[in-house]
Structures are given as C-alpha cells and as structure tokens.
Design a protein around this ligand. Structure first.
Ligand SMILES: Nc1ncnc2c1ncn2[C@@H]1O[C@H](COP(=O)(O)OP(=O)(O)O)[C@@H](O)[C@H]1O
Ligand SMILES: N[C@@H](CCC(=O)OP(=O)(O)O)C(=O)O
Length: 368
C-alpha cells in the first residue's frame, strides 16, 4: 500500500504578524508536497492561516479576538488560501480539494465515516485534500482552535504512516527559545511524560495559537493511534522529504502501539465521559500493563450520573487520567459494589449482566 503522510502547516509559517498570506511560502510548500506526491506518496494537507490571511483585507488592524470577527476573517482567508494553494499546485498538474471539518463531525461516528469515505476517494483520484477547521460554524466550546489536534485526528482516521507538523520553530526545545536563547533542542521523544508537557509553552507569534503545548497534545493523540510525529521547520527545497526520512530540523515523537480500530479512536478522542471512576494501584497496573478488565474490587470512588453503556473516565488516586471505557453498571449500582471482590458482588446483585466494570475490549488507555 502507498505510504500516507499528513502534513500540517501552521499560521506562523504562512503569514506575517501584520496579516496577509505569504504567497512565496505557499508556493514553497506546494512544491515540496508536489514532489512527494510525484514520488508516489499519498499526501493530505491540514493547513491553518485562514484568520491570519484574511483579517487585513477586511480592515482589522491585528488578528481579531472576538469570535464573529475571527469567523469573518476566516471566511475571507480560507478562500485566499485555497486559491493560492490551487494555483501553486496546478503548476505541477496537481488538483486540490477543500475539506472543512469541526470537532462535532468527529464526535459523530456517521459523519466521521462520511468524511473518511470522501477523503479516501480524493486520495484514490490523486487529488490533494486540503483540510482546515470550518471556522464559520465552530463556536468556541466546539472549536479545535489550533489545527494541531485536528491534524492528529485526521492522521488517526485515515491510518497515516506519518504526521509532519510544520511550524516556525525547528522543534521542541528545553524551554521556549524566544524566552530563553540558551535552550537546546530535543531531537527525539520516546514517551510523552509530564516533564515534556512542562517545557512546552504557548504560541510564539501573534498569528499562531496553541504553541508547542498543542503540538505535544497532538503528538500524544497520534502516537496513541500508532502514528509517529515530526514537529519542526522546513524552508529549503527538499527539506520536507528530509524530514520524512528522519533527517529533518525538528523533534521526532515515537508512536506507541498499532493503529487503533475506529471504535477505540472514538472512545479515546471523541466520546463524552459521563462520570469518573477512581481506581487503586492494583487496578491501574491491571489496566495499563496487564491488558486486563476492570473489576469492582479495584474501584474506590465514582463521580457523575452515568448509566450502563455510558463512557466513563478512569483516574488513579493522584487524579491522573488512565483511560476511558464503557461502563457495565449504573452509578447507583457502582456505589453498592465499590471495592468488593467478585464473589461478594455476585451475592449482592440480583442479576449480574457482566462482572467487569469495564471490559478490556471496551477500554482505551490514555496513559503513555
Ligand atoms: N519548549 C518550546 N520549544 C519550542 N517552541 C516553543 C516552546 N514553547 C513554546 N514554543 C513556541 O511555540 C511556537 C509555535 O507554535 P504556534 O505559534 O502555535 O505556531 P503554529 O502557527 O505553527 O501552530 C514557537 O514559535 C515557540 O515560540
Ligand atoms: N482554523 C484556523 C486555525 C487557527 C490557528 O492559528 O492555528 P495554528 O496556526 O495551527 O496554531 C485558521 O485557519 O486560521
């Protein structure tokens, strides 16, 4: 099968702080993408820059902060972005398609399936899908905000082989280099720990959003889905290919595990938990390292009004999120059997549909 690559380009790489699109930058990225497509790779582009590209043409002096202004700027800028990408790619005989997605599309399994079918067909026809958030219909609480998370979800959805996140910084540094020039680059991250989160700061420019932090979030989502990630910078001919071959200016994040089935992707990244189960150290070990189901004996506390079949989040006593699963008991039933060994649960319950609180097939671990 052809290798599939998702490339994400941030606003900071496409626009200037005064706003407006950098056409030379668009041409450069289009050339890099086209060269990989000609080498028989399947490419998907997730591009930001609609708001940053559009605000000046509308007459706003700086990147707008109010939602309706951002939406207006994005509506203008998205058209500009597409026009420029399409023209630049046409020079290589490559056609490009616009795909606009929202978070709610990913929460709905049917819509995710539809998006995936459309994208698959574009790839079959050698058209480059150019994806952005549908800013005009996204309100704040439903927004991805930055496109880093969107690019990771797309990479998982289409089971990409690599996710390349391009930004204005050549990788993750031990501190934001704009604040501390003595910071040094981390070339490879094998596991995304809390230490990695601690060194990642916010956006470095007036047009970017999310900064390194959202790129780490994205790397985590992708790596859980079995997709390795590169975060860095390219601005020379051939550098995108070099980044793909492991020789890029940036940070490589290793993937953990194999590609996730669609159901587990939904469970981990798009579902809404209705409550929380706090588990003890033995249950944590069984879930995370033992590949086992969660039994009542390991559950020490619950919150929320969940019902059988709902999604719940599982945390340890320190409040660390361990994963999510589909619960086999209502919240009321759970409170009666907290911490009980299975023999006691059977005695106590009138009928036991399933002994496990969460079966291992309906569980996804979110701890790296
Ligand atoms: N530890 C870090 N290492 C590197 N960059 C960092 C770090 N912490 C914060 N940043 C900032 O993250 C910025 C990139 O994110 P962002 O501005 O959102 O770009 P984009 O528009 O490409 O998504 C960099 O310009 C940098 O200032
Ligand atoms: N959908 C928005 C993305 C916003 C944004 O700034 O994202 P990013 O540059 O990836 O941090 C746009 O196109 O302007």
């Amino acid at each position: 099968m052809l290798r599939r690559i998702v490339v994400k380009i941030g606003s900071s790489s496409l626009t200037s702080s005064e706003g407006g699109l950098n056409r030379d930058a668009v041409q450069y990225y289009a050339n890099e993408l086209a060269n990989l497509m000609k080498a028989d790779l399947q490419l998907l582009l997730v591009t930001s820059g609609a708001v940053a590209a559009g605000f000046r043409e509308i007459g706003y002096p700086e990147r707008p902060k109010l939602l309706h202004e951002k939406q207006a700027a994005a509506a203008v800028g998205q058209a500009l972005l597409m026009q420029n990408y399409r023209e630049a790619l046409a020079e290589h005989g490559i056609s490009a398609a616009q795909v606009l997605l929202t978070r709610s599309d990913f929460q709905n399994r049917k819509r995710t399936g539809n998006a995936s079918m459309a994208i698959e067909e574009l790839l079959r026809q050698n058209v480059l899908p150019i994806i952005n958030e549908n800013d005009t219909v996204s309100i704040d609480e439903l927004k991805f905000g930055d496109n880093d998370t969107l690019s990771a979800l797309v990479a998982n959805l289409i089971k990409a082989d690599h996710l390349i996140i391009l930004t204005d910084m050549d990788g993750l540094y031990t501190k934001d280099p704009r604040i501390d020039p003595s910071a040094s680059r981390i070339n490879r991250v094998t596991e995304i720990t809390s230490d990695i989160y601690a060194i990642a700061g916010g956006a470095g420019s007036s047009v970017g959003t999310g900064g390194m932090r959202s790129k780490i979030d994205a790397a985590k989502v992708a790596s859980l889905g079995g997709v390795p990630v590169f975060v860095g910078k390219v601005d020379q001919p051939g550098e995108l290919r070099a980044a793909l071959l492991g020789d890029g200016r940036g940070t490589y994040f290793e993937a953990h595990g194999a590609a996730l089935p669609r159901k587990k992707q939904w469970l981990g990244f798009f579902s809404t938990p209705f409550g929380t189960l706090t588990v003890d150290a033995g249950a944590e070990e069984a879930l995370i390292h033992g590949g086992r189901s969660l039994l009542p004996v390991g559950v020490k506390q619950t919150t929320g009004h969940f019902h059988t079949g709902d999604v719940v989040e599982v945390v340890n006593k320190a409040g660390e999120v361990l994963g999510r699963g589909i619960v086999n008991y209502d919240a009321d039933q759970m409170s009666d059997i907290l911490g009980l060994p299975s023999t006691e649960v059977i005695k106590k319950m009138e009928s036991v549909h399933r002994l496990e609180v969460i079966h291992r097939d309906e569980w996804i671990s979110l701890k790296a």
